[in-house]
Design a protein around this ligand. Structure first.
Ligand code: ADP
Ligand code: ASP
Ligand code: MG
Length: 406
């Protein structure tokens, strides 16, 4: 007997037949004697539709009301899943985020979980009841509904698994595991049996949306055994594990991409001490997160160009903030470019191997792909290139690092 959390993503609960199929999967675990908590996402497409509606009413809407709207998709699936389970003889009840409660901070739209009070769920395990919890939802201390950011049901599942001390957290999705790169783009991507928490954390934060970044962070901190697997077939998926559990470590284990960034260039910025602080200060006050940054050495000692990236959704706001400060900052002009993609190679093996970056630069050069910005950390190298090259860059790098499936 084990205590497990089973999370079903949007495509796995996309219609009534799929909800019924997922319920059968839950029943099998219950019949095997497991204590099961289920976490569901909204039906695929639903959350996008809800987000669109909030934007259509008002682009500058109240974030608290946004959360009331976009959390609604999960209210539908959680009830349907509980019914589907009851229908096949499994004792089950639904739980909305606030009923648990899944306590979060008040950063509406991207709230962080602070505490999960799951005693009642555990008590009901003792009575043989399955808990079906709505993913993505939380409640702030002022009693307002919050949501955990797009893809947040993964984080709900891991947080619940940690709170009830589950033996495993299984993330059922529309691919059968974590691949060396997004299998929908890189057809030769290989399924990994195991990946380290650290690598998955980088992959997720660099754009691999198979797991929400925060869910991996939580799993790592609370030592939750996390598995990603297919809800459509019965095959082992990918386990996210500690580094010690991986016997043969590749130098590069995955390649991620993110189209969520935009590039900003400030042309002819005065080359004075304090100028970077003067530029990035107002952006940070506006809660705009700056990612990659490059500053050129000025030729004449007077002025230089500064390039950096911000989330694509924040491009317009960033331009506004900078244009408003143009006189004070003294740059010549600001140029925004949304047509870029960040491509990153990730691997803990990089720590002990030279030449990893070189191989990336060479592979891109061979295809005539120009690198606009580079940034590195201990276990990853990221480059910014024109988004017209997304597929070509991913596939070429996948081959260059010997990751192609044979
Ligand atoms: P769910 O609705 O089940 O949460 P998501 O769409 O959020 O599913 O995540 C699954 C998707 O993640 C896959 O369909 C795949 O296109 C994408 N993905 C991106 N990178 C990877 C990767 N390295 N391995 C597997 N899937 C990936
Ligand atoms: N339904 C939410 C979303 O689409 C949460 C999730 O699916 O994980 O972002
Ligand atoms: Mg997801």
């Amino acid at each position: 007997m084990a205590r497990i959390v089973q999370k079903f993503g949007g495509t796995s609960v996309a219609d009534i037949d799929r909800i019924k199929a997922a319920a059968q999967r839950v029943k099998r675990a219950v019949d095997a004697g497991d204590e099961v908590a289920v976490v569901v996402s909204a039906m695929s497409g639903t959350t996008n539709q809800l987000v669109e509606w909030t934007r259509a009413v008002s682009p500058m809407h109240d974030a608290r009301e946004y959360d009331v709207v976009v959390s609604a998709g999960e209210q539908v699936t959680v009830g349907l899943m509980a019914m589907a389970l009851q229908d096949i003889g499994v004792d089950a009840r639904s739980w909305l985020g606030w009923q648990i409660p899944m306590e979060t901070d008040d950063m509406h739209g991207r709230a962080r979980i602070l505490d999960v009070k799951a005693d009642e769920i555990v008590r009901r395990f003792g009575l043989g009841q399955v808990a079906v919890m709505a993913g993505f939802q939380g409640i702030a201390s002022d009693n307002r509904i919050t949501t955990l950011g797009r893809g947040g049901s993964d984080t709900s599942a891991v947080a619940l698994a940690a709170a009830i001390n589950a033996d495993r957290c299984d993330i059922y999705t529309d691919v059968d595991g974590i691949y060396t790169s997004d299998p929908r783009i890189v057809t030769r991507a290989r399924k990994l049996d195991k990946i380290t928490y650290e690598e998955m954390l980088e992959m997720a934060s660099l754009g691999a949306k198979v797991l929400q970044t925060r869910s991996v962070e939580l799993a790592m901190n609370h030592r939750v055994r996390l598995q990603v697997l297919s809800s459509f077939e019965d095959a082992p998926g990918t386990l996210v594990v500690d580094e010690e559990e991986i016997v043969e470590q590749e130098i590069v284990s995955g390649i991620a991409h993110s189209g969520n960034e935009a590039k900003i260039t400030l042309v002819r910025v005065p080359d004075n001490p304090g100028i970077a602080a003067a530029i990035f200060g107002p952006l940070s006050e506006a809660s705009i997160i700056v990612d990659m940054i490059v500053q050129n050495v000025s030729e004449d000692g007077n002025a230089t160009d500064l390039t950096f990236t911000v989330p694509k959704d924040d491009l317009a706001r960033t331009m506004e903030v900078l244009e408003a400060a143009q006189d004070r900052l003294g740059f010549e002009r600001v140029v925004g470019d949304p047509d870029v993609v960040k491509i990153s190679v990730v691997g803990v093996g990089m720590r002990s191997h030279a030449g990893v970056a070189m191989r990336m630069f060479q592979a891109l050069a061979d295809k005539g792909i120009n690198i606009q910005v580079i940034s590195t950390s201990e276990i990853k190298i990221s480059v910014l290139v024109s988004d017209a090259y997304t597929e070509l860059a991913l596939r070429s790098l996948h081959t260059a690092y010997g990751l192609d499936a044979v």
